[in-house]
Design a protein. Sequence first.
Length: 90
Amino acid sequence: MAVCLIFDAPGGTQAQYEQVRSEVAPGDIPPPGATYHAAGPTEDGWCVVEVWDSREALERFATEILPPALERAGLSGQPRIFEVTTIMHL
């Protein structure tokens, strides 16, 4: 079942986001299992929303690949994850 990740980075900047993105998705090629990615500024930082094919694919990314990149960029935050029941392509 697909899962969604919402990651809010309080105080995060576009430069920090781009640093992390270039590390975890070099050449803008998404990691295995990622199907959707959107990101942008919020009132207090930066937000990323992703949809993944499975919880297993997301967990591998979120535990092995993402943390070192976030640390190097000086970003922190607690992701929210939930199972996806509906995806609408508009």
